[in-house]
Design a protein around this ligand. Structure first.
Ligand code: HEC
Ligand code: HEC
Length: 442
């Protein structure tokens, strides 16, 4: 009987939460065939090492001036990477001017500009803006705050960053562009395609039109209303929140929600982007936070009521024309409004809320344990062994005092402990056998 023996040679400094020799899969996550929009630029394709660095940066409180808040402080995994607070609290206690946005499926849209008002020209450009924001993370370089150069030298002195940057970009050098690219890769890795809607769309072969077999009649009615333009009796949502990605139409103007969060008397007409409508509610049915840039709408029924009769304020010179006339006075029945709510609830996924590779890699004490290979092992790839064969495996010797934690399944180690960098293994169950080593250097 023959079997493949997988050999893994590595050395580590710590027992680890992130193993750089066995990275999580970010680059090749399955994307349904009906998802076609993608804003990842060719110069910043997702790599496993790049997104892993992005994950660490995203959860690292060192990115704020007083080490009190990470990106994840305002973008929480359990709320689809949004915040249930209407306005989030920045590093120094100040409130954000707008509501935090969900980051789910940020990659899958044609609008390449980000933020509610689309002021960031790309996700890369967006990624360091919170760091450089006076109230959010505090490396603004203004009003007595240090600038991003100060953050870069701070990060250079943290033991795990030179390793992570080397894995991601080939050298330990930290630059703003590298921080941006890594954070954008991580954010683009946050994807959610296991909703009831996805199961229905897969069942129709990617065809949005026909009733979905897994939907209730009410959900199918809501889907029709969402997709159909107002002149044809629908609610016209599809014109701006385009299924199946539910990304925003880049040409959208504002939707009539124009009060600022801090002061309803002050108007803000510039909010023309929404995050994907996917995961607007979480798996329990509770919303992942209040909705719109000002967090003023707290129920889906309230959102539908808003679109059913969009307030016409003469001061709103940037109201989208589609919401003036019939599109702004939909005259939906109560049943139709309920159906739209039921449909929006089918857009919620499961995995994204708990996926470990999107979760906080730091332990409760704020430490990050990192496993990495400090040398090239002599054994790589795989080898064929026969049952009961005796084989010798070795990795290059580490520094004096290094010790070697070999582990074997499907066989017995013939050498006597403590093991050196070389062991003899007798294979007893070659059909299901593997050998691996973790080397601890002093
Ligand atoms: C203090 C809270 C806070 C922190 C910290 C924070 N954000 Fe945000 N984030 C927000 C708010 C609020 C918005 C919406 C701001 C706006 O549009 O003006 C936002 C918007 C975004 C968006 C835009 C999403 C879209 O669809 O347009 C991205 C991406 C994002 N944040 C990523 C990050 C990253 C990466 C970090 C860490 C470097 C971070 N955020 C740190 C509160 C925060
Ligand atoms: C003309 C374009 C347009 C149309 C049509 C439209 N929307 Fe919107 N929608 C927007 C914009 C722009 C925003 C962000 C507005 C803001 O926060 O100021 C938004 C925000 C939302 C939000 C809040 C998202 C969040 O993350 O807080 C929901 C939910 C929503 N729309 C649902 C719908 C539904 C349902 C319909 C159909 C009844 C619809 N929209 C029709 C442009 C549109």
């Amino acid at each position: 009987m023959k079997a493949k023996i997988l050999l893994l040679g590595m050395s580590v400094l710590f027992i680890a939460a992130i193993n750089l020799n066995n990275l999580d899969d970010y680059a090749n996550q399955p994307i349904p065939p009906y998802i076609t929009k993608d804003n990842a630029p060719p110069f910043n394709e997702i790599t496993d090492a790049g997104a892993t660095l992005g994950r660490v940066l995203f959860y690292d409180k060192n990115l704020s001036l007083n080490n009190s808040i990470a990106c994840a402080g305002c973008h929480k995994q359990q709320f689809a990477f949004s915040d249930t607070a209407r306005q989030s609290v920045g590093f120094n206690g100040a409130l954000t001017g707008r509501h935090s946005m969900r980051l789910v499926n940020a990659r899958f849209g044609t609008e390449i500009r980000f933020f509610w008002d689309e002021r960031a020209t790309s996700l890369e450009n967006q990624s360091t803006q919170p760091i450089k924001d006076f109230g959010e993370m505090g490396f603004s370089g203004t009003n007595g705050q240090p600038g991003i150069d100060s953050l870069i030298s701070k990060l250079s002195d943290i033991s795990y960053y030179p390793v992570l940057f080397t894995y991601a970009f080939g050298s330990p050098q930290i630059t703003e562009a590298r921080i941006q690219n890594a954070l954008a890769q991580f954010v683009r890795s946050i994807q959610s395609f296991d909703s009831k809607f996805d199961a229905g769309l897969a069942a129709t072969g990617g065809n949005l039109g026909p009733p979905f077999p897994n939907f209730t009649p009410q959900e199918n009615q809501g889907k029709n209303l969402f997709l159909t333009p107002p002149p044809a009796g629908g609610a016209g949502c599809q014109g701006c929140h385009r299924a199946p990605e539910f990304d925003i139409d880049p040409a959208s103007l504002n939707n009539g929600v124009i009060a600022t969060a801090a002061n309803p008397a002050i108007l803000d007409l510039t909010n023309t982007r929404a995050p994907s409508l996917r995961d607007v509610a979480g798996p329990t049915g509770a919303l992942n936070g209040p909705m719109m840039h000002n967090g003023n709408l707290t129920t889906l029924a309230g959102v539908i009521a808003h679109y059913n009769l969009v307030p016409l304020n003469p001061a709103n010179t940037l109201l989208d024309p589609r919401l003036q006339g019939p599109g702004g006075n939909l005259q939906l029945t109560a049943n139709e409004q309920n159906a739209l709510v039921a449909f929006l609830r089918t857009l919620t996924g499961v995995n994204v809320y708990t996926d470990p590779k999107l979760s906080d890699p730091f332990d409760a004490a704020g430490n990050l344990d990192l496993q990495f290979c400090a040398f090239t092992p002599t054994i790589t790839g795989s080898a064929e062994v026969c049952n009961s064969a005796v084989n010798t495996y070795s990795v290059p010797a580490g520094p004096a005092g290094a010790f070697y934690n070999w582990s074997v399944t499907g066989g017995t180690i013939l050498s006597t402990p403590p093991y050196s960098n070389t062991i003899q293994v007798q294979w007893t169950n070659a059909a299901n056998a593997s050998v691996s080593i973790v080397q601890f250097n002093p």
